[in-house]
Design a protein around this ligand. Structure first.
Ligand code: E4P
Length: 228
């Protein structure tokens, strides 16, 4: 299977973070969930998610992942149908539970893009691929927290999708460092979601800062005037 273009997502429900990171243009979109809404102090309501969707796309997001809530398949489907209408390009997130898989099947049957989230094992990735989920999101950091080898398991999941030539993207989540993203990309992973703290790793190289400062000093010394 030919490699797919890299796709990065900012894992945050905080528009102030979106305002900093989305204009860089490196993120395909944003991923959210009720925990991230709680951390951002934002209500988990259709009204607020609609406003967040407007803001994300105004800032350049091309896709927003919104997580459905509810306990039963019917509740997840009903919520997902509401979520998909809130913004131009929405992926509906459902957990990789039995109710989530059944909801995914019905939502996909209505041409709704689905992200299977809270993935902890390769079998769930296989189920998501069989369903035709757009994404399956393993929680690497949490796998490590459980004493498992999150990196090895995620790389194996990626290989599984490539070997079965599945269009499902492995959206690796629960990432704790930029170096881990780079390592996984080396191993063939191509789709990631991570928070602002990890994104800092993209822009905090002290040597690059020093080199940029030297350019600025030389330009100023040679008469360059700042152009506003
Ligand atoms: C994914 O959708 C979650 O926001 C996040 O990645 C979960 O992992 P964490 O709680 O370990 O960061």
């Amino acid at each position: 299977m030919s490699p797919r273009p890299l796709r990065l997502f900012l894992d945050s429900a905080d528009p102030e973070q979106w305002e900093r990171w989305l204009p860089l243009g490196v993120f395909h979109g944003v991923t959210t969930n009720p925990l991230l809404l709680e951390r951002a102090g934002r209500p988990c309501t259709l009204e607020n998610l609609a406003a967040l969707g407007d803001r994300a796309f105004a800032l350049g997001a091309r896709e927003i992942h919104l997580q459905a809530w509810g306990e039963t398949t019917d509740q997840l489907v009903a919520c997902g149908r509401k979520l998909v209408g809130l913004a131009p390009q929405v992926a509906v997130k459902v957990p990789a539970t039995e109710a989530g898989l059944a909801a995914a099947r019905r939502l996909i049957g209505e041409d709704i893009g689905v992200t299977l989230t809270a993935v902890y094992n390769a079998g769930q990735v296989l189920a998501g691929a069989a369903l035709g989920c757009a994404y399956a999101a393993p929680y690497l950091g949490r796998l490590d927290d459980l004493g498992r080898d999150g990196t090895a398991e995620v790389v194996a999941m990626q290989e599984l999708l490539q070997n079965t030539e599945s269009p499902t993207r492995l959206l690796t989540a629960s990432l704790r460092s930029w170096d881990k993203v780079v390592e996984l990309a080396w191993e063939g992973c191509d789709t990631f979601t991570f928070g602002p703290a990890v994104a800092e790793g993209m822009v905090d190289d002290a040597d690059t800062e020093d080199a940029a400062d030297a350019f600025a000093e030389a330009a100023a010394k040679m008469g360059a005037e700042i152009i506003e």
